[in-house]
Ligand binder design. Structure first.
Ligand SMILES: [Fe+2]
Ligand SMILES: [Fe+2]
Length: 307
């Protein structure tokens, strides 16, 4: 099916899932999650106190994860551009694109307000990182392919859900944990929306859907991978168990693939079958790589414990 035909055929599914989303999404307010009375004026024009690392007791790795998560949310204008260009602004697709953008915008507002008030991270470094990251923009690796993009966002929304949840736990701050749990609940609804669309695509065009899923799993990158120092930051985040390869495979890829029942899909052509075989091989590769990482992490923890 052509990209246009896919968009047209999926439109009623978008409409149904948009209604479902709106009936399940709970309204919430970022200001209610931020401990404003703990805030203090900063240095600069208002002559308050400069930020210091000792202003907060949040562990370093949780600060790193909060920065990565916030910068990821900050790049929303580029994401909006990518999905509005691909899905269009008309009908149910357009309503979804705008609604999704508004919800994601709330995440950035809430996390930034929390970080500024709690002084958990250096506000100057954060603002500079935001400028750098947004100046790079974001390009969808599969920007002209509807099904690849739906597969990507299905996994990516679940990945951000898990990352927010585990970041919240890693802070040891119940206020931050409650905020990130609230954000994570939104990401879960986003994941379900996209996952349902791709499930419908498996009915319409099973081989194209399988190809999309296999390609996306093969080269999956987190949306924030363009952040300055991302490689170093993501290793720290993985070592802390906030988001690692095991979680990526077992808690992000597998549950979504199970919902699509990819290994029992029928009616595949030769390329669809080949894609499914590539997918199975990739899951095995990821399993081995995740085990290798876990062994190294355990050995490192044992070494650190001996010191
Ligand atoms: Fe978000
Ligand atoms: Fe989301």
């Amino acid at each position: 099916m052509s990209q246009t035909a896919l968009l047209v055929e999926l439109e009623p599914v978008v409409a149904r899932n948009l209604d479902r989303h709106l009936s399940l999404a709970k309204e919430w307010f970022p200001h209610e999650y931020v401990p404003w009375s703990e805030g203090r004026t900063f240095d600069g024009p208002l002559g308050g106190e400069a930020w210091s690392p000792t202003d907060s007791t949040i562990p370093d790795v949780a600060r790193t994860a909060l920065i990565v998560n916030l910068l990821t949310e900050d790049n929303l204008p580029s994401y909006h551009h990518e999905i509005a260009t691909l899905f269009g602004r008309d009908g149910a697709w357009g309503t979804w694109v705008h609604r999704w953008t508004a919800e994601e915008g709330r995440h950035g507002v809430a996390i930034r307000d929390y970080l500024t008030v709690s002084r958990a991270v250096d506000p100057v470094a954060l603002e500079r990182a935001r400028m750098t990251h947004m100046s790079e923009g974001y390009t969808n690796a599969h920007g002209d392919e509807v099904l690849h993009s739906l597969a990507y966002v299905s996994f990516q929304e679940l990945a951000t859900r898990i990352s927010h949840r585990n970041t919240g736990k890693a802070t040891g701050d119940p206020t931050c944990e409650a905020l990130l749990a609230r954000v994570a609940a939104d990401e879960n609804l986003h994941m379900v929306f996209y996952r349902n669309l791709l499930a419908a695509a498996f009915e319409l065009a099973p081989s194209q859907a399988m190809r999309a899923v296999a390609d996306v799993v093969a080269d999956f990158q987190m949306p924030g991978s363009g952040i300055d120092g991302f490689a170093r930051k993501s290793v720290a985040i993985a070592l802390a168990g906030i988001y690692d390869l095991r979680q990526h495979r077992d808690e992000v890829l597998q549950p979504v693939l199970r919902q699509w029942d990819v290994f029992n899909v029928t009616g595949l052509n030769a390329d669809g079958e080949a894609a499914r075989e590539q997918l199975a091989a990739q899951l095995e590769n990821l399993d081995r790589a995740a085990s290798r990482f876990e062994e190294k992490r355990d050995a490192r923890a044992a070494r650190l414990a001996l010191r």
